[in-house]
Design a protein around this ligand. Sequence first.
Ligand code: COA
Length: 331
Amino acid sequence: MNPKIKAAIVGVEGYTPDFILSNSDLEKMVDTSNEWIVTRTGIQERRILKEPGVGCSYMGIHAAARLLEKTCIDPQSIDMVLVATVTPDYVHYPGTSNIISKAIGAVNAFAMDLQAGCSSFLFSMQTAAMYIESGQYKRVLLVGVDKMSSLVDYTDRETCILFGDGAGVVLLEANAEGNGIQDAYMRSDGEGVDYLHVPAGGSMLPASVETVTGKKHFMFQNGVPVYKFAVNKMVEAGAIILERNGLTVADIDWVVSHQANKRIIQATAERLQIPEEKLMFTIHKYGNTSNASMPLSLFEYESQLKKGDKILFVSFGGGFAWGGLYMKWAY
Ligand code: COA
């Protein structure tokens, strides 16, 4: 490890499908209302990938191709392609990272997927940082992508209002100026299995006629305990990151929270005493896009970020898996 080398984001892009599923559309599908959805979650609309026969890689490839064009990076110079997703194209193999690498021409990269619920993106940033700080690799393409509509039962009002599809991508490079990822705190607790999971399709309950007719391939969620756990754990992660890096809330320029529910983000920020103007919000227009939510937030706010800005990331997801990360923006 070279303590002088940090892993810094040098470019960010996003891709969201054109199709908009609004709250008024959902009012016609399930027993809900725009008013209920907005007051309980802050979500007004979400994007859904409607193109037939494509998986999440479709969005990841679009976002990655845009980023390569924007940064003028030769895909052959990428050392590693990391994909954070809970909705891979194929449940078992190959990894979605293989599919994206091939499509963008990253022929000299090794590729792998990382799955830690909606915290996969945060865990992947730290994973990329370890490879870069070790000196082994210089350039990592990290894609956060999810096609949550593939797991959602659109007759279940408790989940179908929350989720959307999208992709965000960042390019991480070695940085000798001290900018980039400074610290990360990551934790997991298998207690979360009962509250948030997809019952079938894995090795425990492989697909069968019964699993399909029993709707076992859709996500199951017990929302209220998930809400409480999410706030408590993101507060814990944020406080630890601030404390062990000698930071106060006043030092932080931006907070990038996983976009699960506007009230979760606000409750977390309130307990950490972070003012609302430092929070990035994309939930109102994209819903919970799982692992796309953090890079999409960076993409949406990119023009407002300045070199040296101090950014606190906090995430929470199925597992449970949660964490915090402190970054100094590099451009
Ligand atoms: N429209 C209308 N009513 C709905 C509804 C909908 N779309 N979804 C649920 N309800 C009903 C429930 O059936 C329940 O009714 P009951 O009281 O008669 O049993 C009631 O609303 C629950 O209301 P409330 O307790 O006020 O809900 P809430 O404020 O906890 O909000 C969630 C519900 C799901 C939005 C919230 O708990 C949440 O966001 N949880 C975390 C989910 C999450 O982020 N998951 C992903 C983590 S990465």
